[in-house]
Design a protein around this ligand. Structure first.
Ligand code: ATP
Length: 210
């Protein structure tokens, strides 16, 4: 279980204090909605380690995450537009950041691409993939890195309606199958309706469940 307890933060020069508490459980998608400027990105940045709270606790199954720098946190992030290196192939993008020299790396990467419904794109350059295909490659990267927390920051916004539906279904099934703790930040009510097991509203610097 991922648990934030009274994470406090004030942006430099701002007056509003955030005081954020929530839980997110394995195999579930926890949705956070709120108006523009309510603090959704601030919450994700605190969890990912890009911002440091002035007080509070952040734990994963009891382990304190706050001392860890972003790259050591057991967290993957999926953004609206995927951050693949466009001039590299799907395989090369997936290989980056994985331990070198593993004998079965190629099989692992092929298996991850097959699991996200993209067999056969190993050698294809990222700039020749569609938006939905790039999101699938990014989900394959999450599978390969095997990090238990997935942060989704408006991940479906740039996709057309059909692709949006299929990527949503894929995120839900991967979350359930791999027991990911998935946190979804979205303006879109239909994304939240389709995916969320648990919901929070961000208002006045605080999270309210329901
Ligand atoms: N670097 C910063 N310095 C000062 N204030 C900031 C900074 N970043 C964000 N804020 C303020 O903190 C508040 C929350 O911003 P945040 O980006 O987290 O909201 P959000 O809910 O993600 O908004 P949106 O949905 O528009 O992306 C806003 O009032 C914003 O102006």
């Amino acid at each position: 279980m991922l648990q934030a307890e009274h994470l406090r933060f004030i942006h430099p020069g701002a007056t509003r204090q955030f005081d954020l508490s929530m839980v997110a459980r394995p195999g579930e998608i926890t949705a956070v909605s709120g108006q523009s400027g309510s603090g959704k990105s601030t919450l994700l940045d605190l969890i990912a380690g890009f911002l440091t709270p002035s007080a509070g606790r952040l734990t994963l199954d009891g382990q304190d995450l706050l001392p860890l720098p972003p790259e050591q946190r057991p967290i993957s992030i999926l953004f609206q537009s995927e951050t693949l290196f466009e001039h590299l192939s799907a395989y090369q993008n997936l290989e980056l950041g994985l331990p070198r020299g593993a004998t079965d790396l190629q099989q692992q990467i092929a298996a991850a691409l097959a699991e996200v419904g993209l067999p056969g794109v190993l050698k294809q350059r990222a700039d020749t993939l569609s938006g939905g295909e790039k999101q699938r490659v990014a989900l394959a990267r999450t599978l390969l890195r095997n990090r238990p927390v997935l942060l989704l920051d408006e991940p479906f916004s740039a996709l057309d309606d059909d692709t949006r539906g299929t990527i949503r279904t894929l995120v839900k099934s991967l979350t359930e199958r791999h027991r990911w703790i998935t946190l979804l930040v979205s303006h879109h009510v239909d994304d939240v309706e389709a995916l969320a097991t648990r919901r929070y509203q961000l208002r006045d610097g605080m999270l309210f469940e329901g």
